[in-house]
Design a protein around this ligand. Structure first.
Ligand code: BGC
Length: 583
């Protein structure tokens, strides 16, 4: 590795590594045409709900270390940790007061270093959450910024004068509050801009000093040896400099995807307070910085937008944008069917010419896989258990990376938040603000059930977990599913370990075949492996003629049942078939 003085004309490079950039010579992974993250399965750990080792009812870094063997047993490539940084925890850590400090609730920096070393020892990469769109209003940067209009950080956040009548500068609405995205500040006698909670002021990404400082924060974690960042709300970084009003949404029945239609923000087009086209340029330094650290990855969250597949594709197209992105592609409200999947897959292929799609079916914001798609299938029936096994198989066969949210491997349902729950029992500030209109996010954040019979399912030995664990989750506890070879957990394990051994799934291209409902059929191919993947995405049995594929060897080790009559494949409800084609 050569360290050289930066002579590049790109201004941000002067901020990287104290005025120097590293040019990776022999280790430059860009030389290779394949990177670990292109096909990575990333397990999302919601730290507060994973495992508590201090009896305070909240999960912590040591809890993750204690369960590293479990994580490794899944066969995932990486973990993404939700924020564990210093924070008043008003938005569960997405409101940071120091991006380099570990919040005492979760441990200390030495715990993180141990976690990183142990994860690496297991061959698991570690992504941390880069929450760089906003900070807590208690962050020292904001405390300084709000002091007056001419301090060194005066322009680090987005400040604007009131209109003549004292009202906010424009019509922008906050995603969480359902009201103006401007908060009046008595000290500065100005409004400041926030997209989420009033206690989460937006950083001003038009200010180069802000970007430079964010890069320094990122470097801190990269220097510790992390393998990348999940970039929180990356499509929110830049706002319209001219503070133009958002247009009202036309009454044409078209809604942005991944947003609750009851959220007042939907009344406006998502045009000026976020999702700005110029945002695509400010992400470049982040990728460059990560690439100075070998093959560290950037995984962007692009979800609140008019069309999240179209916009997120732009975030990963070309060499100077992000590596990976997740969107709301599979967070749709329609029942899953072969036609819908074909539509989504074709659209993703069109808008991701360079790859970079990271499939996401559940997370701490969007709820659980098990409770998705209105709960009933295209035939109007509740999805049977087999569906979730089949869907796991489908997900691991899709081209690109995949995020698996803790607990979704167990098939946990979203915990029901009773409509009459007292407001102060809701932990999620979004759920509180729009109570009772939207259910909020507590239902997908309940603690992991480790053990069916242990107090608090083995999550904590304290008095109470921070969110109640639904009784139903106990039947799906890890120890119970470990003991059942046919459990969903063991299906996920089998599939993920199998995937690693299939070059066509890891590196292969993707060829979607024309088939009628209810079949989804595609071939993944890499060099000599041509893997045929057939899914019956219906409650009813279905048949498929294999004769068009010539010779094949059926995959029988995964435990999925099928019948063959000559070359006619018969699949039961949500049946699956894999075969290596002999070409
Ligand atoms: C995170 C949320 C958080 C929001 C504001 C996101 O998109 O995933 O959990 O509330 O950003 O930081």
């Amino acid at each position: 590795m050569i360290i050289q003085k930066n002579t590049d004309t790109k201004w941000w490079k002067n901020f990287i590594i104290d005025g120097y950039v590293q040019t990776l010579e022999e280790t430059n992974n860009q030389q290779s045409d394949h990177h670990w993250w292109q096909h990575a399965v990333i397990y999302q750990i919601y730290v507060s709900s994973f495992k508590d080792t201090t009896s305070n009812g909240m999960g912590d870094l040591d809890g993750i270390i204690a369960k590293m063997d479990y994580i490794a047993s899944l066969g995932v490539d990486a973990i993404w940790l939700s924020p564990f940084f210093e924070s008043p925890l008003e938005d569960m850590g997405y409101d940071i007061t120091d991006m380099r400090e570990v919040d005492p609730t979760f441990g200390e920096i030495e715990d993180f270093k141990r976690l990183l070393a142990i994860a690496h020892g297991f061959g698991i990469k570690v992504l941390v959450d880069g929450v760089w769109n906003h900070t807590s209003d208690q962050h020292p940067w904001f405390v300084e910024s709000r002091k007056n209009r001419d301090n060194p950080k005066a322009d680090w956040y987005v400040w604007a004068d009131a209109k003549e009548d004292g009202s906010p500068p424009n019509n922008w609405l906050s995603a969480f509050m359902g009201e103006s995205a401007w908060q009046w500040d008595e000290i500065r006698q100005q409004y400041y801009f926030y997209n989420f909670l009033p206690s989460q002021p937006e950083l001003n990404w038009h200010n180069r000093d802000v970007i430079a400082e964010i890069l320094r924060q990122a470097e801190f974690w990269l220097n510790l040896g992390i393998d990348g960042f999940r970039l929180d709300a990356v499509n929110f970084y830049l706002h319209d400099k001219h503070l133009r009003d958002n247009p009202m949404r036309p009454d044409n029945g078209i809604f942005p995807d991944g947003v609750d239609p009851d959220n007042p923000m939907v009344d406006h087009m998502f045009q000026y307070n976020f999702c700005r086209p110029e945002n695509l340029e400010v992400i470049n330094p982040i990728r460059e910085l990560c690439e100075h650290y070998g093959d560290a990855v950037t995984l962007g969250e692009v979800t609140l937008c008019e069309d999240s597949i179209v916009l997120s594709g732009k975030y990963v197209t070309g060499d100077n944008r992000l590596h990976l992105v997740y969107n709301s592609a599979l967070l749709v409200d329609e029942p899953i069917s072969a036609t819908l999947m074909r539509h989504i897959l074709t659209k993703v292929q069109t808008h991701f010419p360079d790859g970079g799609q990271c499939w996401m079916v559940g997370n701490h914001d969007y709820g659980r896989l098990r409770s998705r798609w209105t709960g009933v299938n295209a035939e109007g029936q509740p999805y049977p258990d087999e569906f979730y096994h089949a869907f796991a198989a489908l997900l691991i066969c899709l081209p690109g990376a995949l995020c698996l949210y803790q607990g979704d491997e167990l098939g946990l349902e979203e915990a029901k938040i009773p409509k009459d729950i007292p407001k102060d029992k809701i932990e999620d500030p979004f759920g509180q603000a729009l109570y009772p209109m939207v259910p909020g996010r507590d239902g997908s954040r309940t603690p992991m059930p480790w053990s069916e019979n242990a107090p608090h399912a083995g999550f904590t030995d304290g008095d109470e977990p921070w969110l109640p664990i639904p009784k139903k989750h106990l039947q799906q506890a890890v120890d119970r599913q470990n003991a059942d070879p046919k459990s969903l957990l063991n299906t996920w394990r089998r599939l993920l370990h199998w995937r690693k051994r299939q070059p066509a799934l890891v590196r292969g291209n993707f060829n979607l075949l024309e088939t009628e409902e209810p079949l989804l059929v595609f071939i993944r191919q890499w060099e000599f492996q041509h893997l045929l993947c057939v899914f019956n995405l219906s409650h009813n049995p279905s048949k498929y003629d294999l004769s068009i594929h010539g010779e094949y060897v059926a995959e029988t080790d995964l435990g999925f049942e099928f019948e063959l009559e000559e070359d006619t494949l018969k699949l039961q409800s949500y049946g699956i078939f894999f075969a290596n084609l002999c070409l």
